[in-house]
Ligand binder design. Structure first.
Ligand SMILES: C[S@@+](CC[C@H](N)C(=O)[O-])C[C@H]1O[C@@H](n2cnc3c(N)ncnc32)[C@H](O)[C@@H]1O
Length: 511
C-alpha cells in the first residue's frame, strides 16, 4: 500500500461503503504499517484465533474493531493466512536485487534488505541516481565574515552551480567536511597525528582507511595538513578510501591526482566496494575514519510481543500489485539476534534508552500498550517498531575480524527531526519542487527517498566495547571540534563559530 495519493482515510472509507464493486483496488485507506501481520513459530498452530497470545493468521481473526474495518476496506492478504501469504513469495536479498533494473514485486525480504535496495540499487537506488554532495568552490574565510548569517548567505550563493534544470531531481547533501573545509579535515588530521605519534611512530606507517570518502575532500585536507605540518610522517602515510559509489570513487581518484601541492596519488588508493564486501585481512595498526556514513546504514525492524517481550523480526513483503506488507516472524536473522544479544537489556535502565523523547518499546507502559492493542485494529499484540542497527553491528564485526589493530573515528547524527513512525526510526525524505517532503514509513517506492537513521552513540559505544574489548568514547560534535579544531580560524567577526554551532545533533565515537 503506497501512501502516495492524498486521499484521507475517511473519504476512502466512505467511498468504499458507497461502492458495491469489490474488485481489487489499491487501498490507500490503510498504510503498510496499519497491520502487524504475525507469522507463527515453527510448530505453532497457524489457525489459532486467540488474538492476544498466539499468532494471528487471518485478518478476520484480529479484534471486533478489525472485523468492522475489514468489512469496509480491502483484505490486504486476500483471505489467506499470514503464513500462507508469506510462503507464496521467494525470499530475496539486496544483493540479488542489485541485478534487477525494475523495482521488485512478488518477493519478500528483511527490512534491512529493502532499505539497502532502496538506497543503493545500481539501477533505481536513491544514491546512484539522485544524490550529489555539495562542494564549495572556495573555502570560506570565516575571519572576514560578519556572522553566521553571512556565512549562510555565502554558502547559498554557491548553490548557483547546482541550479541546472537538467538536474531537477538532484538531491544535494551537505556534510561538515565540505562546509568547513579545510578546517574540519585538519581537526581530524590533528587527532590522527597525535594518536599516531603517541602510539605507533616510528615503528609503524600511518595507515588511514576512510569508509565513504564522498568527494575526496577529507582525504585532500588530511594529506595536505600532514605534508605541511609533519613531512617526515607524510613519507610514512598511506590513505585508502573504501567507497561503494562508482561515481564518487572516480571523483576521489581525480582529486588525488590534482596538480601542485594537492597531488597525493602516490599515497592514495581508491577501492570501489562496499565495506560489507571487505575480505582482506589487515594485520597492521591502522585508523578507520567514517564520517556521515552511519546514517545510511540499513537497519532491521523489530517488534516485541507486548505480553512476553519476545522480539519479532520484520519482513517487507511486496505483492503482485506492488503493495507493501510488514510481517513479523519469531525467528530472528543472525544479525538481529547478534545485535540484540550483545546489546542486552541493561541499557533499558539508563537515561540513554530514551530517543527523541520516546521510550524503548520494552519500557512502554504495559497498560497503555494493552489498551492500544484493544482499540487500534491490527496491532496484534505487537509493540511499536524498533529499528536496530544491524549493518553497524556487521561493520563492527568486520573491523574486529579484518582490522584487529584498528583505531576508529566515526561521526554522524545522534538525533534527527521529522522521523517516521517508531523508535530509532529513520527520516524518510525527498525533495519535491525544492521542498523537503517526509513520509511516515520507509516502505515507499525504492529509490525516490533518502532513508536516514539517527545513531544512539551511547548504545553503540557500549556495543563496540563488548564486541572488541577495546575502550572507546563518545563526545558531542562541538566538544570534539573544540579540542581538535582551529577555533580562531573558524570564528567570524561577531565571535560566532558555525563549525561549533552547526550540527548540534551530531556526535563522535573514537578511541
Ligand atoms: C553522506 S556521504 C559522506 C561523504 C564524506 N564522508 C563526507 O563527510 O563528506 C556517504 C558516503 O559513504 C559512502 N558509502 C555508503 N555506504 C557505503 C558502504 N557500505 N561502503 C562504503 N562506502 C559507503 C557513499 O558512497 C558516500 O561516499
Amino acid at each position: 500500500m503506497r501512501p502516495r495519493l492524498p486521499i484521507t482515510r475517511r473519504t476512502e472509507i466512505w467511498r468504499r461503503l458507497a461502492s458495491s464493486n469489490r474488485d481489487f483496488k489499491h487501498d490507500y485507506s490503510h498504510r503498510p504499517t496499519t497491520y502487524n501481520h504475525r507469522l507463527p513459530a515453527e510448530g505453532e498452530d497457524p489457525h489459532s484465533v486467540d488474538t492476544q497470545r498466539t499468532p494471528i493468521t487471518k485478518v478476520s481473526d484480529f479484534t471486533s474493531f478489525s472485523r468492522l474495518w475489514t468489512n469496509i476496506s480491502n483484505d490486504p492478504l486476500k483471505g489467506q493466512s499470514s503464513a500462507e501469504f508469506f510462503a507464496k513469495f521467494p525470499l530475496v536479498t539486496h544483493k540479488k536485487l542489485a541485478k534487477r533494473t525494475e523495482r521488485p514485486k512478488k518477493v519478500k525480504m528483511l527490512a534491512s534488505d529493502f532499505i539497502d535496495d532502496s538506497l543503493y540499487n545500481p539501477n533505481y537506488g536513491y544514491f546512484p541516481k539522485q544524490a550529489e554532495i555539495f562542494q564549495a568552490t572556495e573555502p570560506f574565510n570565516y575571519n572576514e565574515l560578519q556572522d553566521t548569517d553571512e556565512f549562510v548567505i555565502n554558502w547559498q550563493k554557491q548553490y548557483a552551480k547546482y541550479d541546472d534544470s537538467s538536474k531537477k531531481e538532484l538531491q544535494l547533501w551537505h556534510t561538515p567536511v565540505e562546509l568547513f573545509q579545510p578546517h574540519y579535515g585538519e581537526a581530524i588530521a590533528r587527532f590522527l597525528l597525535v594518536n599516531y605519534k603517541l602510539n605507533l611512530y616510528p615503528y609503524h606507517d600511518l595507515i588511514i582507511y576512510e569508509i565513504g570518502g564522498g568527494n575526496g575532500t577529507l582525504m585532500t585536507n588530511i594529506l595536505d595538513y600532514i605534508r605541511q605540518m609533519q613531512p617526515e610522517v607524510y613519507k610514512k602515510t598511506r590513505y585508502k578510501i573504501i567507497d561503494i559509489s562508482k561515481n564518487l570513487s572516480e571523483k576521489q581518484k581525480k582529486q588525488s591526482v590534482k596538480h601542485g601541492f594537492r597531488k597525493h596519488d602516490s599515497k592514495v588508493e581508491i577501492i570501489n566496494k562496499s565495506i560489507f564486501d571487505w575480505k582482506e585481512f589487515v594485520p597492521e595498526p591502522c585508523f578507520i575514519v567514517g564520517l556521515e556514513v552511519l546514517d545510511n546504514l540499513a537497519h532491521d525492524m523489530i517488534k516485541y510481543d507486548i505480553n512476553t517481550g519476545k522480539p519479532y523480526q520484520g519482513y517487507v513483503v511486496i505483492d503482485e500489485e506492488g503493495d507493501y506488507h510488514q510481517m513479523f516472524s519469531p525467528e530472528l536473522s543472525a544479525d538481529s539476534a547478534g545485535f540484540l544479544g550483545t546489546r542486552g537489556l541493561d541499557f533499558l535502565n539508563t537515561p540513554y534508552s530514551k530517543m527523541n523523547g520516546l521510550n524503548h518499546p520494552l519500557n512502554e507502559n504495559k497498560f497503555s500498550q494493552k489498551w492500544k492493542n484493544m482499540f487500534i485494529p491490527f496491532n496484534n499484540s505487537l509493540s511499536t517498531t524498533e529499528f536496530i542497527p544491524t549493518r553497524l553491528y556487521k561493520l563492527f564485526e568486520i573491523l574486529n575480524e579484518k582490522f584487529p589493530e584498528h583505531q576508529v573515528i566515526l561521526s554522524d547524527f545522534d538525533s534527527l527531526p521529522n522521523g517516521s513512525e517508531g523508535y530509532n526510526s529513520p527520516v524518510v525524505q525527498t525533495i519535491l519542487k525544492e521542498k523537503a517532503v517526509t513520509t511516515s514509513t520507509f516502505m515507499v517506492d525504492p529509490g525516490f527517498f533518502d532513508i536516514m537513521f539517527p545513531t544512539n552513540f551511547h548504545i553503540i559505544r557500549d556495543l563496540y566495547i563488548k564486541m572488541s574489548g577495546k575502550l572507546i568514547r563518545t563526545s558531542k560534535h562541538s566538544e570534539f571540534l573544540e579540542q581538535w579544531g582551529d577555533i580562531e580560524a573558524t570564528t567570524t567577526k561577531s565571535g560566532e563559530n558555525p563549525m561549533l554551532t552547526f550540527y548540534q545533533n551530531a556526535s563522535f565515537l573514537y578511541n
